[in-house]
Design a protein around this ligand. Sequence first.
Ligand SMILES: O=C(O)CCC(=O)C(=O)O
Length: 418
Amino acid sequence: MISPLSPPIAAQNQQDALSDVRISIFGVGYVGAVSSACLASLGHEVVAVDVSADKVAMVNAGRSPIVEESIDELIAAAVATGRLRATTDVAAAIRGNLCQGDGPRVIAADAPPALSCHQLKRGAGMAVLTEAQKQAFWRDGFLVVENAVSAGQLAALRAEIAGWVEQSRAHAAPFGPPTIDGRPRFDMGAEHSADKPALRRINNPSDISPAYLAAMRDSDMTEMVAELIGPDVKFHHCKINLKLTGAKTEVRYHQDFAYTPHTNDDIVTALLFLDDIDETNGALTVVPGSHKGPMHSLFDGERFTGAVAADTETALLAQSIPCYGPAGAVCLMHTKLAHGSAANAGDKPRGLYICVYTAADAIPMARNPMPSTHEGEIVRGKPARFARLTETRVELPQQPKTASFFTVQGQESAKAAE
Ligand SMILES: O=C(O)CCC(=O)C(=O)O
């Protein structure tokens, strides 16, 4: 219950001094709605921000989006006096241009935060990545940043995966709505069974899932990529690599550019952690600085193996470091960075949502190994009028025919009984 708002005399002077504080509160859940109502009834000017247009409309109509004693009256009174209003416009709320007067400003968030720190920065027109982070990316060829999608986005992505893993139990071989080049959407390792699913790949989930499409198009991850290779950024393809517990999937060392050569290498592979990743569950490992060259061939003679030669791999592994982080973190990786990963030896799954973005003026020099209905979509800025050429000689990859590159790298898919 909310206590009646009659501040004690001792607090009255302090309240008068603060009565022109302008406050933006993010989220009108229990904490945000109650705080907004109480602070407005104390005389402050409050702008409540929420992603839900319905909640915002309720507050502006003088009604509470939550159930709590007295809150409807407080909100109705605060809205009637003009001290409380609600909006979905994050930027305006942060910049303060919804408030009147020049009093001090406070920005507060509902708990759990309705908006990530990156979203608040974006809303205020600030960069998501710091200069030091950008320099680290160009120096090392990779950067791990936490909270690259909101908590809500992450939950939606994980819920989709759980559903797809369940579906895979009913299949003995790669299945699903085909990709636009006619290959199965879902691929499982040879060890897959109904009891112990080994779903290892979902090709272009953004083609079939609104949650994956939204995370690809409009998340802090997208923004970070734009700050590295933007302002004009184009989507190339995406995939999910899963290593469920007991699965044998590993990723042999390679550089992505050898699969997806373009006229220039302003290309970022963003690997979003769908699970907490540590030393137990097959973390991505990378060789810092390897994006500066050389490019390693993925051919053994005339055969495209999709991986570097064994002795090269040994040398790269000796210089490699792992990328750990909580679910929701992203590893932003330069397209020429050498990387791979071992099998999951632990008891928790490891999922990565992998989105490939290019500068708009990087033009493919080979067919997309995983064509998407969204290929070429401009996710930030505008399309390029000119192609930018920085590459002089590139080895052209072979087009995959099977459900995923794991087969190219020598790891068979599950097979239905004859
Ligand atoms: O799943 C991983 O650990 C790395 C993914 C990767 O290198 C790829 O799919 O190209």
